[in-house]
Design a protein around this ligand. Sequence first.
Ligand code: MG
Length: 387
Amino acid sequence: MNTPKRIAVLGATGSIGRQALDIIGRHPDRYCATVLAAGTRVDDLIELARKHRPRLAIIGRQDLLPRLREELLPLGIATASGPDALAECVEADDVDMVLTATVGYSGLEPTVHAIRAGKDIALANKETLVVAGELVNRLLKDSTSRIYPVDSEHSAIAQCLQGEDVTRVERLLITASGGPFRTWPAERIAAATAADALRHPNWNMGSKITIDSATMLNKAFEIIEAHHLFGIAPDCIEAVVHPQSIVHSMVEFVDGGVKAQLGVPDMHLPIAYALGEHSRLQGASAHLRLEDYANLTFERPDLERFPCLGFAHLCLNKRGTTACTVNAANEIAVAAFLAGRITFPQIYETIARTLDATAFVTSPEYSDYVAINAEARARAEEIIAKY
Ligand code: MG
């Protein structure tokens, strides 16, 4: 029998982290969690650490470290805090795979360290590839580490590409639920509240990605992510709205054949497929009964009502630090929208104006991403303060 694969779960208390730990806990013969890391939810982290008994538990907010230490030290679980702890833990000898399920830009640094240390990555943090896809791909060339996508669309594409020649791909069709405002007229979207935007029809996710889904910037990010993951030209990647979220994405080949991956909307399957390095885990998710879905429908996305979708090809055409700036401005704008400081359309406006106001680096190194991310956040805050 093989020894269990040792996993560092970054973002353990979030939606993906918890579902991954659910899989890990149900399959102790295959997996164990050696590191659990969370940002601020210290009580949840303590509860998960009691259950999964990692070697190390990390909390992002330093003032919460004493409480974590007090609870976990008696159990023999080491504790740490801060960004350095995250970067160091992924390089440890007792980590075989890193699940990056943190939110936003924060996923980049540990991913870079994991690649440098030759660790495999189950990538749930799409912002990593959005912000710095070219850098990540360059680092992967000199590393033994591989990236297994957790995002349902990219898992679907990876499944469709099994046994295929990637040079025979005509198009990637990334499905989008359309979010909570799919059928809303523009005037109603303009007055949408955070509560409206958080009411996602099909997926139960964290608040940041749910707002990104409502603006459809999430889909723009997934187009960028797909380009970097699969090396398909930007013009050959499209979004198609599919409100039922049963077809998780499709690949069209040069002969006109189209392969799709279907399943109930449940992240357990793509998480298990990534943890298993593209292998299938018995009972990972509930089974699909196609007869329960009499109508699977598809429609073109509406760029007028969802202008954020247009950032996908803008970023892929301009390249450099464009997507880094879009991501940083969006993180600030989403937080401001959730706090009731800006309107829903001002999320798009803030990103567009931040792009105009922020420096651009054509061939960025890691330090350039750090600098541009900081600058774009400051510019976005200034723009929001003046609304
Ligand atoms: Mg997705």
